[in-house]
Write a protein that binds this ligand. Structure first.
Ligand SMILES: [Fe+2]
Length: 218
């Protein structure tokens, strides 16, 4: 685990802080192969994600925001002073989105069931209709961003955001998200974002999605 030491701006393994710490990957770097390769996961988790966490902590260091939950800050971006809002939005969004993304994937075989599956089928013209619409959202996000399945009130909705913008900042609850930044797939898939999306379905952690759906709708 990498923790940020505020006083020196250096990483220190033994320091526990109230600011955001990088979550460990809940499986091995090679666990999602062949769908997501080991080297991509190492760079994605160890460099990109760690960078967002460190830069977010640097942005909020010495402010009252350092003591708040990250998602609480993202839900109230307008309350962040303008001179640090961009750094919070981009790096806080990156830290939050990726922390969730690691948990939205698993080497275990899972499938949607129960109330979640019922809601998906009722909202999106069946499960295949959902996958097709989600893939379209992921493909049509121009440049870097994310595709999302969110709970909006009580309803499910598919959407995308640019950069590291979080649906949380729009008052929505993300229950599944796909990183379509090139750093998430280019090393293995090249420009083939569609192939990456198709492969990603094999590693989605539907148990986690169901848990988040239940939390968001109860
Ligand atoms: Fe990413």
């Amino acid at each position: 685990m990498v923790l940020f030491l505020a006083n020196t701006h250096k990483y220190h393994p033994d320091f526990v802080f109230s600011m955001v710490s990088a979550n460990e990957l809940p499986y091995a770097y090679n666990a999602l192969e062949p769908h997501i390769d080991e080297q991509t996961m190492k760079l994605h988790h160890g460099k990109h994600y760690a960078g967002y966490v460190a830069k977010y902590n640097a942005a909020v260091e010495g402010t009252a925001f350092a003591d708040l939950e990250l998602d609480e800050v993202l839900a109230n971006l307008d309350g962040v002073p303008e001179d640090m809002r961009g750094a919070v939005r981009n790096n806080g969004g990156g830290a939050s989105n990726h922390a969730k993304f690691w948990e939205w994937m698993t080497p275990e075989s899972t499938s949607p069931e129960g109330a979640l599956l019922d809601a998906i089928q009722a909202t999106f013209d069946g499960f295949e209709g959902f996958q097709s619409a989600f893939k379209q959202a992921a493909l049509s996000q121009f440049g870097s961003g994310w595709a999302w399945l969110v709970v909006d009130g009580e309803e499910l909705r598919i959407m995308s955001t640019a950069n590291q913008d979080s649906p949380i900042s729009q008052g929505l609850t993300p229950i599944l998200g796909l990183d379509v930044w090139e750093h998430a797939y280019y090393k293995h898939y090249g420009p083939g974002r569609a192939d990456y999306i198709d492969a990603w379905w094999n590693v989605v952690n539907w148990d986690k999605v169901a848990e988040l759906y239940e939390q968001a709708t109860n």
